[in-house]
Ligand binder design. Structure first.
Ligand SMILES: NC(=O)c1ccc[n+]([C@@H]2O[C@H](COP(=O)([O-])OP(=O)(O)OC[C@H]3O[C@@H](n4cnc5c(N)ncnc54)[C@H](OP(=O)(O)O)[C@@H]3O)[C@@H](O)[C@H]2O)c1
Length: 253
């Protein structure tokens, strides 16, 4: 079924890693309010299916790896060729290929995590800035994680990369103002393929530690991203919005 849509807003968003999960939830929220979206992902078939569900009149896919500079250049060029503008960039594609103690972690894997999660986000921001936002303004949202705000056992390399993404958000927010606002979203566990090992088979038990009584769903992140990428957030920049169902409320005594 194609997602419900408002009249065309005239705005265009590039959302990386959006064939499923949080990225798809963000693309769906933006399309629902009338934006057009350019979405990326590695698996071509899954990306084409996501475009079909979003509505081919409002969405196009550019397959490729976020950590490939040629793909980043191509995604931005094709967005400009097809839609003529890129108001919004959502750096969502991310990876966590390693679990285990930091004292033992393979440094090659840590480099890969940083390349995909941090360097890619900066690369997309550079291309989008040069192609459109430098002269026309816009907004960027980086999908970080609560793992970037606290020590999390077994996902240390991932947490380091998300902390770097939060600082990247600060750097870009300062540098690209006043024309471009840059914010981050730091979710706790959201029910997606990526996070399935953290809750599958014991969801009620995991959700019990969340004051709001449930884990996140992609639509929770989609709504917040749509706000940050809107005129309602015109005075918000450099912020990291923690979306955690209240999880961090439990961090005290
Ligand atoms: N789910 C959570 O609990 C949670 C919490 C905090 C933060 N996050 C962050 O949210 C983001 C999205 O995660 P998710 O949970 O939605 O994951 P997901 O359900 O696995 O979806 C990931 C999406 O990104 C694409 N993708 C993955 N690696 C890519 C790459 N190297 N280049 C281009 N596309 C890539 C995937 O498609 P292909 O596989 O076809 O490429 C898919 O469309 C990540 O940055 C993650 O760190 C997630």
């Amino acid at each position: 079924m194609t997602a419900p849509q408002q009249a065309d807003s005239g705005r265009v968003a590039l959302v990386t890693g959006a064939s499923r999960g949080i990225g798809y939830g963000i693309a769906e929220a933006l399309v629902a309010r009338g934006d057009r979206v350019v979405i990326t992902g590695r698996n071509e078939e899954a990306l084409a299916e996501a475009v079909r569900r979003l509505g081919p009149d409002r969405a196009m896919g550019v397959p490729g790896k976020a950590h490939d500079e040629a793909h980043r250049e191509q995604a931005v060029r094709r967005a400009m060729e097809s839609y003529g503008r890129i108001d919004y960039l959502v750096n969502n594609a991310g990876t966590n290929p390693v679990f285990g103690p930091m004292a033992e972690v393979d440094l090659g894997v840590v480099r890969k995590v940083f390349e995909t999660n941090v360097v890619s986000a900066l690369g997309f921001a550079q291309h989008t800035w040069r192609a459109w936002q430098k002269d026309n303004g816009g907004a960027v949202v980086n999908i970080a994680s609560v793992a970037g705000l606290a020590a999390s056992p077994f996902v240390g390399a991932y947490g380091m990369s998300k902390a770097a993404m939060i600082n990247l958000t600060l750097q870009l927010a300062q540098e690209l103002a006043p024309g471009v606002r840059v914010n981050a979203i730091a979710p706790a566990v959201v029910k997606t393929k990526f996070a399935a090992t953290l809750y599958e088979g014991r969801e009620a038990e995991v959700a019990a530690s969340y004051p709001l009584g449930r884990l996140g769903v992609p639509g929770d992140i989609g709504g917040a991203a749509a706000f940050l990428l809107s005129e309602e957030a015109a005075w918000v920049t450099g912020q990291t919005l923690v979306l955690d169902g209240g999880l961090f409320l439990n961090a005290g005594f």
